[in-house]
Design a protein around this ligand. Sequence first.
Ligand code: NAD
Length: 386
Amino acid sequence: MEQKGFFSGKGVYTRRQFVGQLSLMGIGGVAFAGLSSIGGCTSPSNQQAEQRTDQQQAQQKLGIALVGLGQYSEGQLGPALKDTDHCYLAGIVTGTPAKIDKWRRGYDIPEGNVYNYENFDTIADNPDIDIVYVVLPNAMHAEYTIRALQAGKHVICEKPMAVTVEDCDRMIAAAKEAGKLLSIGYRLHFEPHNIEMMRFGQEKRMGAIMHIMAENGMNGTEGWRLDKALAGGGPLMDVGIYCVQAARYTTGMEPIAVTAEEGTKTDPETFKEVEESLTWQMEFPGGVTALCKTSYSESMNLLRAEAEHGWAKLEPAYPYSGIQGETSEGEMDCEGVNQQALQMDDFAIAIKENRPTPVPGEMGRQDVKILQAIYKAMETGQRVEV
Ligand code: NAD
């Protein structure tokens, strides 16, 4: 049973081996191409990958500056940067002086590598900083990404890439002009269960995909995420984007059109500017469909793919840890990894090797384009072509 072995691979896949493997593949573009030999739950050629990462490690780590020291930076990215082999936390950019001491002590950051939003552009003169990681509210991504690129830095920008396609275009153009790499914080492209879903669909492991179900929601939110000007929208922009991504990387296809329906607002005061919940459908070539759901008042976390001869499911599918997978042939046996450490290390390796990132700005732009089509479908009640 070839396929069964695939899904229950017992290979112990270390983070270093996994990054090495990814870097060897050099996947790029939005088509999720070239996945056939990327290691997920199994580890086909670790020796080569191990050798490669040892050589790479001997080289200098690249310095990252985090812009915006909120929950994601504090809870995930900072700690992950203590677990990376190819990059480290070299600097911070914050508008809140009270945060500086704790970060400087926690990460041994020199005083000269601390910036605020006013003097941010002088980061151009700092050779310690190779990469700027933008972790600000969504509507601020474009400005800080472009400023960082103009300062001569490579950039990782958090999802969603921006709140309009026009902003995405400006960001991509700025990267081209600067000759720097631009990547989006799509950590799940480095997560073994989600990579298994990509292989399941794109390699037609159980026949062609016919239908996808993707749900991502949480119960409660606050702050800028409820402010349309800063967030660009509600849960669709924040967590529903994972469903769009999942449908794209599982099918390996781009949606042709979308329909959407806003959920009833149970709390119109809280959700006066953005949707509280939303269901939408994506049509792919060949009659493949994805039914998706997102919410700020219901917890859900699912990715399910129905293929001609079987199915695969992740539940939960999108968290930082604890992802569980199953197929119609049995349980997926994948290693837990530090997604953010893998993601940032892969970007650092891409820079060192002068190869594309597998999660480039173009991929973020396509998601924003789809999100905009979903909102248009929601507002008009019409089927909207992407
Ligand atoms: P947060 O509210 O915890 O942090 C936002 C930071 O931006 C804060 O430090 C805040 O001080 C700063 N800021 C600067 N100007 C601001 C303004 N005008 N209004 C509000 N805050 C301002 O948010 P977060 O959860 O850290 O999210 C930041 C970004 O990271 C978002 O784009 C979000 O989508 C993304 N994110 C990604 C993941 C992931 O898994 N990839 C997870 C969480 C958040």
